[in-house]
Design a protein. Structure first.
Length: 368
């Protein structure tokens, strides 16, 4: 019987969305193994079986996120969660803070009775149990460790998650041994590397190509109303028939909802992202979570909507720094969007970034 991930991959090849790539076969085989293991029935007393996860690594543009998108959509595991690693860790640190600062009543409200009794004042066990109660399968995009605060708790956190039978599926640009390289007190981080090697099948993707990214380097990425069809066609082609679903990003304890997402791609209107009171941290979370953003219905800007224009500037800065692809449907070309009024002069830098983000060189070096 053909696996769900294999079937999903073959359908995309038949549709012409993907091109068959022998270099991706080892990744597909590893994902098939994970799919099979996740389907195993619980053991004695209903306890979930131990399942070895998967860690995909390789340079940008090798199809890691695309294959993870397919796997996440195809797997029948009902308790699954997909998150950008930085967003996940931001939530972990917030939960740790709530545990440390909260009294018994607050801890019970956040973590539940069953999560708050064990472990004393150590926040890691209750935090891990809370995450494990929410999801059996955790899929992380772009695991990279640069923050010492993350580095110091990852080993204990993941060990606790594994004890609760949580399964990890991870993508990263780095091999496990290269994580947090030359970081402060790295010797305290190295046990985490051993945990990853033990609990996950490590699969390189260096030879593969994500053909969606090849499509991006040749696609038109700035569209005006007379080419709305081109904007829609590109969205439809890149999402490859995958269902759209909302994504929830936790930013400073708040829930930022993006209504239309497919894996690591998001689609939003100008009003949804720039007419709401969002700030730099919100836009940074969006840029880190998604490798591609489709932004539509960007209007002509003027003094009348200069607050929205300032938010657009902040959004573009976040996307630019994170090397996130941006596909735009706007009322005019970048140079004609904001020609007069408060902030028009400052907007010229954003126009420059818009133009750079359309270039083949930019699109060839963005992340996957």
């Amino acid at each position: 019987m053909t696996s769900r991930i294999r079937n999903a991959y073959d359908i995309r090849v038949e549709e012409g969305v993907l091109k068959p790539d022998p270099a991706q076969e080892s990744v597909i085989a590893a994902l098939e193994r994970l799919e099979t293991d996740l389907a195993k029935k619980p053991g004695l007393f209903g306890k979930a079986p131990e399942v070895r996860g998967i860690y995909l690594y390789g340079p940008p543009g090798r199809g890691k996120s695309m294959l993870m998108d397919l796997f996440y959509s195809a797997t029948p595991e009902p308790r699954k969660m997909r998150a950008h690693f930085h967003a996940f860790m931001a939530r972990i640190h917030d939960l740790v803070r709530q545990w440390r600062e909260g009294d018994a009543k607050t801890r019970k409200a956040v973590f539940g009775t069953q999560h708050s009794r064990k472990g004393g004042d150590d926040p890691i066990p209750p935090v891990a149990r809370l995450i494990a109660s929410e999801a059996r399968l955790l899929c992380f995009d772009e695991l990279q460790v640069t923050d010492i605060a993350d580095a110091m708790i990852l080993g204990r956190l993941f060990e606790a998650l594994f004890e609760d039978r949580v399964v990890l599926a991870i993508t990263s640009n780095r091999a496990p041994e290269d994580l947090y390289k030359n970081g402060v007190n790295r010797q305290l981080f190295t046990p985490f590397i051993d945990i990853i090697r033990e609990r996950c099948e490590v699969v390189p993707t260096a030879g593969a190509r994500d053909w969606r990214l090849d499509r991006m380097t040749s696609a038109q990425v700035w569209h005006t109303p007379d080419d709305r069809a081109g904007f829609e066609d590109l969205w439809r082609e890149l999402k490859g028939g995958e269902p759209e679903e909302p994504a929830h990003l936790t930013v400073l304890g708040r829930d930022v909802k993006i209504e239309r997402t497919v894996g690591s791609m998001a689609r939003a209107t100008f009003a949804e992202l720039c007419a709401r009171p969002l700030g730099s941290q919100d836009y940074l979370a969006v840029a880190q979570r998604f490798h591609t953003l489709f932004l539509e219905d960007v209007p002509i800007l003027s003094s009348a909507n200069h607050h929205e224009a300032r938010r657009l500037v902040t959004l573009v800065d976040a996307l630019y720094e994170a090397k996130t692809r941006l596909i735009v449907l706007a009322a005019a070309r970048p140079e004609a969007l904001y020609t007069e009024g408060v902030g028009a002069f400052e907007f010229e830098r954003t126009v420059s970034r818009f133009n750079e983000m359309q270039s083949k060189d930019w699109l060839a070096h963005v992340r996957d």
